[in-house]
Design a protein around this ligand. Structure first.
Ligand code: ADP
Ligand code: MG
Length: 466
């Protein structure tokens, strides 16, 4: 007879074994992903707080025979409170970003993947130095993860006086990497970061190169506000959990207090439409009634549109500054579309077309994809933006290939529909695809006007000179 042994795999252990789904499949990609996770955390710790980001990244060989490298990233952000450091580095799914609001981080996973990858390949702990704003102390920790318990192991820690009121975070990790095969991607990633965040100052030193992306503007986009979920965006489990936290509320009160844009009147019209009793305490709803409630919430057409205050697009001005300075374009035409939504999640699409200058003519437009200001470099073929750009009717806009044209497409949302956990491509959501088309069309119209004008001016010039 065969006997089966059933067991639950602890979450941290699961991620250690399946690191490829988070972008750590081989040493080159892991090196890129490490830089990416750390830089994104640094940007999240600065920009939304109105701090102009200063980020330093250093990669050094530690043991060339084994392909071990140290990766160091330092920022001037808000820092991490001392008592939180072990958990944010040592507990999978521990985050300050599980909020309805635009962030680069979403899963509470990035740092922990870096730690797990380091301990799987070099068995070295991650080193952290951090001080929160106005903290009297600077904390230093070396941390590993106990994967069976999903708990931090504090290898050692010390704290010392923060004499000069420094704030920020510095992280150093030793990983097995592949510099030669990741160098180009890392440089490209940082360049593209500078395009969409030209208010950041980024200094990068690799084993055989140095790169300084200087700040091009001191304007930072207004930070996103934190919001409540839209009634169409929640599932049964979420609603159950919300109910368990407000059992005595009536159905009407529950909707008003927990969802965005639901007032007294709207709550009542919805409940009447759904044939549900507004005065029933939510704690007394049966499982079937909760399922029905959520179905009705999704089906109801009368809700307000999800608000976009939770989002923070770059805006046309920053896109122009970034694309002109980094791509060296002759002209840039940028558009930020009005907010839209899918399944109750607000989103905004931005597009920019960069033309001429140092952009070399190509047979199809170079595409720079972004989601919540994160450059996406891999899986371009799986991204709906590529499809939109390829299907776009460029002839209508006076563009004949080969042409010196690059396209930037940025989607920001409280929930970016990534096609995978590696966060590299945007899934084919109809509403988003539609907005991408419209954004591209708006930007291309500006390009057409520019090209026509340029054509006429050149003709005139030729008349005079011939
Ligand atoms: P996520 O970014 O998805 O939240 P991470 O594992 O990358 O997940 O980070 C966990 C948490 O650690 C973040 O939510 C943030 O609160 C904190 N954190 C990480 N890096 C920094 C940093 N450089 N500065 C300030 N806080 C940070
Ligand atoms: Mg993160």
């Amino acid at each position: 007879t065969v006997t089966y042994a059933y067991e639950a795999l602890p979450v941290a252990e699961w991620f250690r074994r399946n690191r490829e789904i988070a972008g750590f499949q081989n040493p080159a990609r892991a090196m890129y992903q490490t830089v990416r996770e750390l830089v994104e955390n640094s940007l999240d710790a600065t920009e939304p707080y109105g701090i102009l980001p200063n980020i330093t990244i250093t990669i050094k060989p530690v043991d060339e025979a084994k392909s071990w490298y140290s990766v160091y990233v330092e920022d001037n952000g808000v820092g991490i409170p001392g008592h939180e450091i072990p958990n944010v580095f040592g507990r999978v799914f521990y985050s300050s970003k599980y909020k309805i609001k635009q962030h680069r981080g979403v899963f509470g996973l990035g740092l922990k993947m870096v730690v797990l990858y380091a301990q799987s390949t070099t068995n070295r702990p991650i080193s952290v130095r951090s001080a929160a704003v106005r903290s009297d102390k600077i904390y230093e920790y070396r941390i590993m993860i106990d994967t069976t318990k999903n708990e931090p192991i504090i290898v050692d820690m010390r704290e010392y006086e923060n004499k000069y009121k420094w704030h920020g975070t510095a992280v150093k990790v030793v990983i097995e990497g592949n510099w030669l095969n990741s160098k180009k991607r890392i440089e490209e990633y940082l360049r593209r970061t500078a395009i969409i965040s030209p208010y950041a100052e980024i200094y990068f030193k690799g084993p055989d190169m140095e790169m300084f992306l200087k700040r091009r503007t001191i304007k930072i986009p207004p930070p996103p506000e934190e919001g409540l979920p839209h009634p169409k965006s929640v599932d049964v489990d979420t609603v159950k959990q919300m109910i368990s936290e407000s059992k005595t509320a009536t159905l009407a009160e529950f909707l008003i207090n927990n969802f965005d844009g639901v007032g007294e009147g709207l709550a009542r019209s919805f409940l009447e439409w759904a044939a549900l009793d507004p005065n029933k305490p939510v704690g007394s709803l049966t499982q079937d009634e909760i399922v029905l409630l959520v179905e009705k919430m999704k089906a109801y057409e009368g809700w307000r549109r999800p608000r976009a205050d939770w989002l923070s697009p770059a805006g046309p001005e920053l896109l122009e500054v970034g694309a002109k300075s980094i791509l060296g374009a002759e002209a840039v035409f940028a558009v930020t579309r009005k907010p839209s939504s899918y399944s109750g999640h607000p989103f905004i699409v931005e597009a920019a077309i960069a033309w001429g200058g140092q952009i070399v003519p190509v047979d199809k437009p170079i595409l720079l994809r972004y989601a919540n200001k994160i450059p996406l470099l891999y899986d371009e073929g799986a991204d709906v933006a590529r499809k939109v750009v390829d299907e776009f009717n460029w002839q209508n806009y006076k563009v004949k290939f080969p042409a010196p044209v690059a396209v930037i497409i940025h989607v920001c949302s409280t929930k970016v529909p990534y096609a995978s956990a590696g966060k590299e491509a945007i899934a084919e959501i109809q509403e988003i695809e539609e907005e991408m088309k419209l954004a591209l069309r708006d930007a291309a119209r500006k390009l057409r006007i520019y090209l026509s004008r340029k054509e006429r001016e050149l003709e005139l010039l030729n008349k005079y000179t011939s």
